[in-house]
Design a protein around this ligand. Sequence first.
Ligand code: 13P
Length: 338
Amino acid sequence: MTHKHAKALNETVQALMAPGKGILALDESNATCTKRFEAAGVQSTPETRRRYRELLMTALGSENHISGAILYDETIRQATSDGVPFPTLLQTRGQVPGIKVDTGAKDLANAPGEKVTEGLDGLRERLAEYHELGARFAKWRAVIAIGDGLPSQLCCEANAHAMARYAALCQEAGIVPIIEPEVLIDGCHDIDRCEAVTDRNLHIVFQELQAHRVLLEGVILKTSMVISGLRASKRAGIQEVAERTVATLLRCVPAELGGVVFLSGGQGNVESTQHLNAIQQVAIGRTPWPMTFSYARALQQPALEIWGSNQQRAAEAQQAFVFRAQMNALAACGKYSE
Ligand code: 13P
């Protein structure tokens, strides 16, 4: 079956996966953004959120390292202080505007401790509006927790099913779906456990995508790395994370997929960069899809801390953000060194 938007989807994938660039996740929900702002000492209002996101999106030089930005519903409707709508700002900087469309992870009935991501109701209409506003890619995040007897097959299947329906609707609207089945880093599990869970979950995700006739060339997978739990008694080193991550992706991800991007998922800023760099070095000549970063916290944290301490320090905050973007862009080519 030829997809009616195959060409447009392919062009968006190429733009997002341009060599030496990665994606900025700027799509924190108001609740998440408020948590991050409060930790940094900033009051969270629509205007402070707008100012902070303007600061990041206008940072000079970041356009050399950032191919696109994922916005939140509030943000895609906002504009710079001079009145330039954020999607237009991104386009004029040669960056692709994106939009988070899930409405969050809610408790999954009959599955204590597990969540299912919602947001399918009315999605076709919302996607049409977001396309009108300039969005050319979207994001949907599911969370898979590792714990005693977790994740359940039920949780993996329910999330994969919703994600496949989302992906199909995105492609119908000419929007590239980023699917983000995040295996959470919380817990004391070792890297073997993370590898087994990631492997099983990715197989289920791709089965569902195929069942829903999703065009894999027009999909980007946003994945967690294969990594030890934060409270593991002995955490695997950088090289092992890289080798396990690449091996798992090679086993589970079909060759025709448009691209793979990584989330930082609570890793430190520098740690996320080091891991990405090692992954690229291990992957050279072995992986059929391009790979890069799509970080939120690991790109933003130093900038948010500076700006949070004193909003007059906007220029310094921008420099800190551009620096992390540049380091991650080097890592995306396997050329980062401390
Ligand atoms: P982190 O890089 O902070 O994990 O965020 C990525 C993201 O988009 C989560 O949905």
